[in-house]
Design a protein. Structure first.
Length: 284
């Protein structure tokens, strides 16, 4: 029975990687059974079952199906031996691997180990990930503010400039903040198409461009209305027929009011410059 063990998880869980610069290899492997090792004429090894896209292992040329025979100066036949080879390694360190390719050839590979933080970069554009990271930043800022307030209070008390309070200071009510207008367009039926795909403009990017919002063109259909009108990937649609567009919901609502053959004037932000194009709608 093959024992499938994700190497990267085991290695990062090791106490030697307790610091923030944990080394990241970016692959999963399983121990080669003795019977298979005998057929291949090797003492053993770790068969690679997955290589993460953009990982240090992928960059070094490690492929699914490779069998890792050695790491550093040591032969590798078990997970524990791989852990020992990686003990003390940090992000940026080099690790030499000896691998048996699926074609039977042995090849040396040199891996530049990455940081554990790098492994989540492929999800950096996920809206939920952004939202949660923003919330964490807000919480960190609030924690720092409270810590500074606490330090200042302790400093005042130690200097005898204030008497200890037996009752907590009543929290002052915060002034009511006006609720921002929330556009929650209904799920309406759209019978026309622009021949393009869109995503909401990131709030940080909108702030940099000094716009209320918009939708970013992520692709256009070959020969479609958008492509014929000159829309390009990366263009930001901010207005349609003079009406503000702050998200894909706004765009959908506007399109639902039109029929095939209607012409729409789109105001774009292209590389920081305002551009207008006219698109002739087609039936879906």
């Amino acid at each position: 029975m093959k024992l499938a063990i994700p190497l990267i998880l085991l290695l990062l869980a090791s106490p030697v990687f307790a610091q923030s610069d944990k080394a990241w290899l970016g692959l999963k492997a399983e121990v080669v059974e003795q019977a298979d090792a005998t057929k291949l004429g090797i003492p053993g090894g770790l068969k690679v079952t997955r290589v993460d896209k953009g990982s240090p292992a992928a960059t070094a040329g490690v492929e699914v199906g490779d069998i890792i025979l050695s790491a550093g100066e040591s032969t590798v036949t078990t997970i524990e031996e791989m852990q020992q080879a990686l003990a003390g390694k940090r992000a940026g360190d080099f690790l030499s691997l000896g691998v048996r390719r699926s074609n039977g050839r042995n090849e040396p590979l040199l891996v530049t180990l990455g940081s554990e933080a790098d492994k989540d970069q492929q999800f950096k554009d996920d809206a939920k990930v952004k939202e949660l990271r923003d919330r964490l930043r807000d919480l960190d800022a609030e924690r720092r503010r409270v810590q500074e307030e606490l330090d200042e209070r302790l400093k005042t008390l130690r200097g005898g400039k204030a008497n200890p309070e037996t009752e907590p200071t009543p929290e002052q009510p915060k002034p009511a903040q006006p609720k921002p207008e929330v556009r929650n367009p209904e799920r309406v039926e759209v019978k026309v198409t622009l021949g393009a795909s869109f995503k909401n403009l990131d709030a940080d990017d909108a702030k940099k461009l000094d716009v209320e919002g918009g939708v970013v063109v992520t692709g256009t259909s070959s020969g479609g209305p958008a492509q014929e009108a000159g829309l390009k990937e990366g263009d930001i649609v901010t207005h349609v027929d003079g009406e503000s567009v702050t998200g894909t919901g706004d765009l959908r609502t506007i399109l639902a009011r039109h029929k095939p053959g209607d012409a729409l004037e789109l105001t774009l932000n292209r590389g920081g410059k305002s551009v207008k194009v006219t698109v002739m709608l087609r039936a879906k």
